[in-house]
Design a protein around this ligand. Sequence first.
Ligand code: MOS
Length: 779
Amino acid sequence: MATKFPHESAEKHVSGEAVYIDDILVGERLLTGRVVYSPHAHARITSFDLKAASTLPGVRAVLSYKDIPGHNQMGPVIKDEVCLAESEVICVGQAIFLVAAETSEQCIEAEKLIRVEYEPLDPILTIEKAIDKGSLMGPAARIERGDVDRALASSPHVVRGELRTGAQEHWYLESQICLCVPGEGPEMTVYSGTQHPSETQNLIAELLGVRKNDVVVEVRRMGGAFGGKETQGNHTACWTALLAHATGRPVKIRLFRDDDMKITGKRHRFLSRYEAGYDDEGRIIAVRFELNSDGGCTADLSFAIMERAMLHCDNSYYIPNFSVTGRVWKTNLPSNTAFRGFGGPQGMAAIETVIDRIARELNKDAADVRRMNFYGLAEDNVTHYGETVENNRLPAIYDQLMKSSEYGRRREAVNEFNSSNEFFKRGLAITPVKFGISFTTSFLNQAGALVLVYTDGTILVNHGGTEMGQGLHTKIHQIAAAEFGVSPDRVKVNATNTSKIPNTTATAASAGADLNGMAVKAAVDTLKSRIAEAVAAIFTEKHPEDPSRAEAIVFQNDRITDSGRPDRTIGFAEVMPMLHLRQISLSATGFYRTPGIGWDKRKGHGRPFHYYAFGMAVTEVLLDVLTGRHTMLRTDILHDVGDSLNPGIDIGQVEGGYVQGVGWCTTEEVKWDDRGNLLTHSPDTYKIPSVQDIPKDFRVALLEGVPNPNTIRLSKAVAEPPLMLALSAWLAIKDAISAVANHEIEPEFSLPATNETILLSIEDLKIRLERDLVSQPAV
Ligand code: MOS
């Protein structure tokens, strides 16, 4: 594939010409919509009065659940989530009423006139309280292998503890948005910022009580999503559709940043308990994990996210005796949802904590302990859920990265630095990622495409995936051109539209290019065999004595040629009008389903993943011991994307994923008050990484010469896996903290490692260090 192929919208993004939903021209009939949401984490609604608000000049609709024509429901998997609250509110930010008015100011005025009486109830705002109250979202899940009890009892060493990992706000640049334009009769065209257009279509149809063939959802592009629009893009779309339906006019809702942050769910907080047995070398014998997540007030995707956490708490390590139990707890916070990594980061943070502790207990470099526990190439290569780790790149990546990052030399330099500096400490860590690619709900691994060729030789590609800045359309564009053997400028990728491709899967699980790329290839293959047949016939008409065979026809360099007789050739564009005259169909659908996967959720066994993506990162940090502030000095990453479809885009994804992960691991702290109000609801209280937080020296490379079998053009998924490489930054910080006590005491540590967390950890170490010194017997 072309090595330099810029993002298809790169110029439009930077010039401002890219059309986002807020830029679509609608005209003066457009109304502004607003969501009125709960100020209580948990309360009964005893009465409400919308009269004064409804009669305000400019106001065209004020709606409650009573005005919903169909089902009051927008639960994506489990139907436990009402669209508008009825008699009870279960989190701050839950939608209760909708307002549409000529102007946004009139909406705000109308909201002030809505009268609601609440009877506050006791909210559950922490995992601890949920556990205490038995507030389970659903049954616990378990995956087991071996005899963990016996293995722990006979292990030479055991570590135990618990780890807290924090929530994370998606902070897509484009907040949740939708524009709905009513058409004839029940028809509705929906321009939505959604990763899942078909689900948005389905929910709107059910909400409005209309048929699915009356609702069209279109997505040109989103300004970022990161999982935050996998299900929760639906919400704003549903609210907007209700208002458009009620008023018969186009309506747009764009959430203000603060509202978006308050209303939408986050990455799940986890409270993870661990117990791990290991030998004198540091080899893991047994692990028991109890993973607890804060699901928020409804299920959303929480069970699938917990499942992925349970399937990734081995990370890259072979653990012969393993038991993991996952429980999702119901709290009175906005429903937590998909976020890049989808439970993987939380699961990996748990096992990386275990490895780090084992290394410190044995006074070894954690890099060595990691290496000795990696899945093997020929043995010790089956996961706790029974999938064999095929094409294992871990040892190769480790060897190459340890060398290219000069890990050994730098470890010595770090030790040297730490022994001669009291107020600054350095830390260094390498962490691996092994990430399973496929939706663990196996049927979701399907995609459709519709490819059209016009008589001027241009090609229009439709597929079911959505563009959110990640470069999916660019990759699809390249795939279509390469498969047709034509130059990319013949190709255009259409906006995603449910009237072109039905019943699509969310663009998620890093699988957008894998699934839709294959579907596009299938459509192109169908067209090519049809065209080859017709072109062979055209060639044969000129040489009836020596016929051309369709099987010999090749598509390359913008030409269609009989490979056995290279003088019989015709331009791709030149032949299309001829094919049209000959009544040859120049459009085709394509379909793909991932082969060979299957997973029994109840037994916790099977082959959930088509393959694994691998990567590793080495991060070095500098810590100011007096302030707790850290600086990222250098990061080296080596990541496996198979034969890259687009190295520029893939490196961008690796860099972006790592930096977004660093945010989760360090500065991004989501906080609520004791009444369930989000305290960190704007960029001045919630700190995402900025340009100053990127490593001073940032070296990202893709593993070379590793084609990935049975995928589109031998490539590999990229989006999510690199996020978890950021655990190297988190553990490098821990390494630097640990140096304060000369690596003799295990620091208290959690995630994110904010300045405050770091400083408390250091102070705690100092107190324990002094206590130990005092209690030493005098010589
Ligand atoms: Mo992604 S977190 O699977 O939308």
